[in-house]
Design a protein. Sequence first.
Length: 403
Amino acid sequence: MSALNGSGLNAGFNPAPLDAAPFSPAPFSAAESAAMQAALAAAAQGPRGANPLVGAVVVGTDGRLLATGYHRGAGTAHAEADAIAQATAAGLDLRGAAIVVTLEPCNHCGRTGPCAQAIIDAGITDVIYAVDDPHDPAAGGALTLRAAGVRVRSELAADAALDLNRRWFDAVAAKRPFVTLHIAQTLDSRIAASDGTSQWISSPESLADNHALRGRIDAILVGTQTVLIDNPRLTARNADGEADGKQPLRAVMGYRGIPDDAAIHGADGNVLHLATRDPSEALDQLFAHGVRHLMVEGGSRILSAFLAAGLVDELIIYLAPTLLGSGTAALEGLGITTLADAQQWEWDPASGGAVQVLGRDLRLHLRPATPATPATPVDPAATSTSSDTTPHRTGADTAAGGN
Ligand SMILES: NC(=O)c1ccc[n+]([C@@H]2O[C@H](COP(=O)([O-])OP(=O)(O)OC[C@H]3O[C@@H](n4cnc5c(N)ncnc54)[C@H](OP(=O)(O)O)[C@@H]3O)[C@@H](O)[C@H]2O)c1
C-alpha cells in the first residue's frame, strides 16, 4: 500500500515494517504495533484543521495488512470508512478481520455516518485504537462496538497518537477553533511595502495553495486595518478567479466598523465583525458561530496578537525570494525581550510536509514545539496561574505553563 511507505514528507511518522504474525491476545502483538505505526503514517497525510488527523489499517485474520485509509478533512470519509471502502472495493471479505485506528471510532451521524456502525456492518470483530475521542458528539464508539460483541482494545501507541494531534486536542478541550496562521512574506519578513502595496508578494502557486486552504476552513480573519488598506474579498477562488462553491465566513477583528462598500461584504454578506482586540474573545465568538477551523490571514498586528497569546496551532509561511528592506514587518512584537523567552516552533511533517516548493516560493509548515519538561520540580502554585496559551517558550517560567 502506497500509504504505508513513509515518504520524506512524513518523516517522524514512518511506520515500522509489518510482519505477518497472527494477532495474539495480550497486550499487543508486533503485527498490531506495526499496523498502528502504519496507521499513524497514513494519518499524517491528511490536512490539519477542524478534524483530527486519523489513520486506519484493516488487518486480516492472518495478520496481513489488507487496506490503509486516512481522513482527508472535514466532510470527507473518516479513516475507518476509507480503509473499509478500499478493502471492499478490492473484493475482500472483512468478516473476522481487525481494524487498527489512531483514534476511537466515532459514534455519531455527522456528515459521514458513524464509523462504529460501519465496522460492525463490515463484520470486523477486533478493534484496536490509540486514544479516546474527546469530542462529545463523536465519542462513545467503543461502547457501541462492545455492545455489538466486537473485541475492543485501546492505548496502543497512545503517546504518538496524542502528539500527532496535540494542538487539536487542546482546541477541543478549550472549546475554541483550531487556528491556522498564514503569512505571505518576503525574505526579510515584510508583508507589505512602505507604500502599503502587498499584492502580490506570493507566487501564483502559493496563492492557489492559499485559496485551496480557504476552501476548506470555516472562517478567515483579518484586522480592520487590512480591510481599510487592501479592501480584500477574502473569498476562495480557483485559478480563473472564480469563487468556489464553499466559502468561509469572513471575520474582521477590531473596534472600527467595516465600511458599507467594503469588498469583504461580497454578494452573500457572510461577514462577522468582531468588535474586540482580544484573540481569546474573538475565538469565543467564532466558536459560538460554529467555526471549528479558523485561518488568521493578517495583518501584522493581528498575526502578532494571536502568536503572543499562544493561540496558533499551525503556522504556514509562504516565503517569497524577494527583499524590500522596509515596509510592514510580518510581526510587530510578541512581548519577548530575551532569547530565553523566544517562542519555539517545530517543523511539521504532516499535511503535505514541512517544506514545499510552490513556484518560486517556499511553503514552510510548522507547529508549536512540544513544551519542554521542567528540569526541576515546579511550584504548583506557579503552574496553576500559568496560562495554557503560552505553550512554546523556552524560559523556565513559561515552560512550566504546559500546553
Ligand atoms: N502579506 C500578507 O499575508 C498580508 C495579509 C494581510 C494583511 N497584510 C498587510 O498588513 C498590513 C496591515 O497590517 P496592520 O498590522 O497595519 O493591520 P491589521 O493587523 O490588519 O489590523 C490592525 C487593526 O486591527 C485592530 N486590532 C484588533 N485586534 C488587535 C490587537 N490585538 N492589537 C492591535 N490591533 C488590533 C486595530 O484596529 P481598531 O482600531 O479597529 O481596533 C488595529 O489597528 C496591510 O498593509 C496589509 O496589506 C499582508
